[in-house]
Ligand binder design. Structure first.
Ligand code: 8OZ
Length: 366
């Protein structure tokens, strides 16, 4: 029976343990450019079986928060390269999370001050972060405009370019962010997708953009270096689907032939309860549907895992467990889990924005 501390393969990646650093937005990349402070933060966490970077915009249009990084320009590729070099030199592995926020944005963050884009012109009842003079403020998202069908190939091309850039920047692979109510999740779910063309209506139509993106990315860099994050029932960023079980069953069956490195599932409400009475979901059934369709690679679970829950998940057949808040506060999390050591407590006030405090100053064990 494997434990959290045993090695595992995830597509082309060989991981020395099953403890993954979850993607964590930290808003410390002014100008959408990664920097030396971020390099220190990631390098400190290189003992993770795998690091997944904070969500990283594939295009200026894909940005929805102040001071989050991007991966569309040569300058961003060069800046990320110093980070991947540092993690590799410290013995780690790192993939980048590719992000388009869709409607979860604000005109102040969009090219030319335009409206954010979405499957349909329906505002998300959620907030985003602007930073002025170093001070973060939480503001309502702006009213989006519906994407014209003729614009969708350009968005697929932006994901493809970001995947190519990721490899140039030295990443070990990419994770496509299709969770938490961002663009690809907005297309998947009935609450945010009211389209009447080939990208709306039926499950197959709502999943079309995601599958086009996944095919483009795997064609560009190979399935064994490509992964996907999903959140079937999260209410994060105001998304809901009428029938998530058949929707996500369709998605994983369609993904099976791509030979992905891993599939990453947020169980329940992102950062909140793992079970939602009004949004039941059978995660074991989803995994079984993926495997029954020939889906390879690792199965990664996330949301609210502590040491005991994570050990149980691995004993029950999860290949990888992603930890968010615990990795913010504990750069040496794998060692602390192995030794049953005391954990530093994460400080919410320093999650988003700022400098070293609450970022690179959490101590490792002596
Ligand atoms: C917290 C704050 C801003 C963005 C997600 C990328 O929920 C995020 C995010 C989380 O996936």
């Amino acid at each position: 029976m494997p434990t959290l501390f045993d090695p595992v393969r995830a597509g082309d990646l060989s991981l020395p343990n099953r403890i993954v650093m979850a993607p964590l937005t930290r808003n410390r990349a002014p100008g959408a450019l990664p920097n030396a402070l971020m390099a220190t933060y990631y390098r400190q966490r290189a003992s993770a079986g795998l690091i997944i970077t904070e969500a990283t915009a594939i295009s200026h249009q894909g940005q929805g928060y102040a001071d989050v990084p991007g991966l569309w320009s040569d300058a961003q590729v060069a800046a990320w390269k110093t980070i991947t070099d540092g993690v590799h030199a410290a013995g780690g592995r790192i993939v980048v999370q590719l992000w388009h926020v869709g409607r979860v944005s604000h005109v102040d963050l969009q090219p030319g001050g335009g409206a954010p884009v979405a499957p349909s012109a329906i505002a998300a009842k959620t907030k985003t972060v602007l930073i002025k003079d170093g001070v973060p403020s939480f503001v309502e998202t702006s009213m989006p405009r519906a994407l014209d069908i003729a614009e969708l190939p350009g968005i697929v091309a932006d994901y493809r370019r970001a995947a190519r850039n990721a490899i140039a920047a030295g990443f070990d692979g990419v994770e496509v962010h299709a969770a938490n109510g961002y663009l690809l999740d907005q297309f998947l779910k009935t609450g945010s997708n009211h389209r009447s063309d080939a990208y709306g209506g039926s499950i197959a139509n709502r999943a079309r953009l995601l599958l086009e993106v996944m095919r483009a990315v795997t064609e560009e860099i190979g399935g064994g270096r490509t992964a996907l994050r999903l959140s079937p029932v999260t209410p994060a960023n105001d998304v809901v689907d009428a029938e998530p079980q058949p929707l996500f069953g369709h998605v994983v069956r369609a993904l099976a032939p791509l030979g992905l490195a891993y599939v990453h599932i947020i169980e329940g409400s992102t950062g909140g309860p793992r079970e939602l009475p009004d949004r039941p979901f059978d995660y074991a059934g989803l995994k079984a549907a993926y495997r029954a369709s020939g889906g390879q690679g690792a199965w990664m679970v996330n949301n609210g895992y502590d040491s005991a829950l994570a050990s149980q998940a691995v004993a029950d057949g999860a290949d990888l467990v992603a930890f968010g808040k615990l990795f913010i506060a504990n750069p040496d999390l794998p060692r602390r889990l192995r030794e049953g050591a005391q954990m530093n407590v994460p400080e919410r006030a320093t999650f988003y924005g700022g400098l070293e405090k609450g970022y690179t100053d959490y101590p490792a064990l002596p």
